[in-house]
Design a protein around this ligand. Structure first.
Ligand SMILES: [Fe+2]
Ligand SMILES: [Fe+2]
Length: 339
């Protein structure tokens, strides 16, 4: 029997009674000040995620209520430090055939088909035959990439952490890079900038697993998306060279190395897991625009999800500050209060 879902994370409000199935994104046992074990949980469904606490009988649930498990939850939603939290009074682990899995996969508001078409439009506008062939071989001709890029989030949490988030991030960056190419004119190579935008995070397609809860894969943990992206470029250049008629000649070494450099340098600093710092203008621009785009998205998501009444958010730990809430983030009642 399917446990039908009619209560979604997005709609939960302070003092709501909760009686619905959720997917566990995170669970851990902790010990309270009174020495009793309790459980910290992050529950999710396709509309978002919410923290939860289970105070009673926590040890009993520890084996079954693990990440990726579906659970029936009874309890109450309440505000704690400006954030919603479910205090769980009862929980029950469900079998996968008892739920409709589609209710739990984060959707985002991303129209992936439209974004993907736009991406191919940018590829189409490229001039350099080698750079263009490389982009096509990955983004258009590789069925695994095409399938994954329509599903992948850009990160486990923090920014663009929803289905299609990577594609949204890539398109957002490429749009800005297009302006940069016009702005700096002859000093930058538009095609190279584009490849940086398209490919800087392409390794994330395999660095993360995102069929349900997003997590790192073994390859992601051991190799990471910068090196994985660089390896993909190597592989595709060799493949293109083996395909008669795909290239006007041997793929120039310098171009291959520049593309790899843009990927390997995009985190900007050695201590942020970049094996190289940016050594050309295009690499610097891709790094800075990537940083900007991920931060803008992270702050926008944070402000959107913050429920602290009034003009200021609760403390954002990543940025170590409170954010001012613009009009779009206020409820109608709050808007009339601040007038
Ligand atoms: Fe990255
Ligand atoms: Fe990125």
């Amino acid at each position: 029997m399917t446990q039908s879902k009619n209560q979604y994370v997005r709609d939960l409000r302070d003092k709501d009674t909760v009686q619905n199935p959720f997917l566990i994104k995170f669970s851990a046992l902790a010990v309270g000040k009174n020495g009793k074990p309790y459980m910290n949980l992050v529950l999710m469904d396709k509309t978002g995620e919410i923290e939860a606490r289970l105070w009673e009988d926590a040890a009993r649930y520890a084996g079954g209520a693990v990440r990726d498990a579906f659970v029936w939850v009874e309890g109450r939603c309440q505000l704690y430090q400006g954030r919603r939290q479910i205090v769980v009074s009862r929980m029950n682990v469900l079998r996968e055939d008892e739920v409709d899995v589609r209710d739990y996969i984060a959707e985002g508001e991303v129209d992936v088909e439209a974004l993907y078409a736009k991406l191919l439009g940018y590829v189409e506008s490229m001039q350099d035959p080698f750079y263009k062939a490389l982009a096509e071989s990955i983004l258009r001709d590789d069925a695994d990439v095409v399938d994954r890029i329509k599903r992948a989030p850009a990160a486990k949490s923090v920014h663009h952490a929803y289905k299609g988030g990577l594609l949204e991030h890539v398109l957002s960056i490429t749009g800005i890079l297009d302006h940069m190419a016009g702005h700096y004119g002859k000093y930058v190579d538009r095609d190279l900038l584009f490849l940086g935008g398209f490919l800087h995070d392409i390794g994330k397609l395999w660095e993360l697993s995102y069929d349900r809860v997003t997590d790192y894969t073994t390859e992601g943990k051991l190799v990471g998306h910068l090196v994985m992206g660089s390896e993909l470029v190597e592989k595709k250049v060799r493949w293109l060279e083996s395909q008669p008629g795909r290239l006007p000649g041997a793929f120039p070494d310098e171009k291959r190395l520049l593309v790899k450099h843009l990927i390997l340098a995009h985190h900007g600093r050695l201590e942020y897991a970049s094996p190289k710092r940016p050594k050309c203008i295009e690499a610097l621009i891709v790094h800075m625009i990537d940083d900007l785009d991920s931060k803008v998205n992270a702050i926008q998501q944070f402000i959107s999800n913050d429920l602290t009444p009034g003009r200021w958010t609760s403390l954002n730990r990543q940025f170590e500050r409170f954010f001012f809430k613009p009009d779009w983030a206020l409820t109608d009642a709050e808007k009339s209060d601040t007038e």
